[in-house]
Design a protein around this ligand. Structure first.
Ligand SMILES: C[S@@+](CC[C@H](N)C(=O)[O-])C[C@H]1O[C@@H](n2cnc3c(N)ncnc32)[C@H](O)[C@@H]1O
Length: 243
């Protein structure tokens, strides 16, 4: 169901030559729809639901990179069920909160304890709050404002895990996202960064990123219902370079 929805929204998205485009093309018709996932959203089923609404901007819908990142998390958890036990996780640019919500449901299903901060700009927080209620994960997911480049509240500092899906698309925000990654990351942070390639300009972000982080592509096969490599979606692990 989501695949069709996103495909419609992404039409005309391949805008390498369109440097004026600020955000990926939006589906203006998507207004407060609840989408229900079956087995299509890895391991968060059954009854995983998301409220989507393009009104607040591109974060109001869920993007394929979020599905890929969630699939990868589900696969690691299947191999290593205690991986996230007791960990503090910060998701950047979470939009609807899809990754955080799905992860919280996976943890709940396992009876594991974890703390997730699902963050974005203020305009997305109501939607994320609604999704937290819809999925009954308020005991695990904390919805917080975190605008890239700004001060980070102490509760979110030095997280064990940092997650980001489809956060590289607007060049003026590149240094801000970099600043936030630098502020959050510690030498022991695990950072999973799922990227959808759209524009040549994205290279400038990766030049900045590689100065601070070692960027390793996740090459292992994992169960994912999307053929993400064909969709130009890449999953990276980042680790702070030693100075
Ligand atoms: C393409 S959407 C991806 C949303 C979600 N991660 C997903 O994959 O479905 C990009 C997200 O980055 C967020 N974002 C953009 N600029 C931001 C900024 N300066 N500070 C915080 N979040 C920002 C947007 O609000 C949006 O939710």
């Amino acid at each position: 169901m989501l695949g069709g929805l996103v495909a419609g929204i992404e039409a005309g998205d391949d805008d390498e030559g369109d440097e004026d485009a600020i955000v990926p093309a939006q589906g203006p018709s998507v207004k407060r729809q609840t989408i229900c996932f079956d087995e299509s959203f890895p391991s968060a089923a059954p009854n995983f639901q998301l409220l989507v609404d393009a009104g607040p901007g591109c974060g109001g819908i869920t993007w394929p990179a979020a599905e890929v990142l969630t699939a990868y998390l589900a696969n690691i958890l299947a191999l290593n069920p205690s991986w996230l036990e007791g960990k503090r996780i910060v998701e950047l640019g979470a939009g609807t909160g899809a990754v955080s919500m799905a992860l919280a449901r996976m943890m709940k299903k396992r009876g594991s304890r974890t703390t997730i901060y699902s963050t974005d700009q203020a305009i997305l927080l109501d939607l994320m709050d609604a999704n937290t209620v819809l999925n009954d994960v308020g005991d695990t997911v904390n919805v917080r404002e975190l605008s890239w480049g700004e001060t980070i509240a102490s509760e979110m500092q030095t997280p064990d895990i940092i997650l980001a899906a489809d956060c590289v698309y607007f060049e003026p925000a590149f240094p801000l996202l970099m600043k936030t990654l630098r502020l959050l990351a510690t030498p022991t942070s695990e950072i999973l960064f799922c990227y959808k390639k759209r524009r040549k300009a994205d290279k400038r972000f990766f030049v900045m990123l590689r100065k601070v982080f070692t960027v390793t592509a996740v090459v292992e096969d994992f169960v994912c219902h999307r053929d993400f490599r064909r969709e130009a979606i890449f999953l990276y692990r980042l680790s702070l370079r030693s100075r």
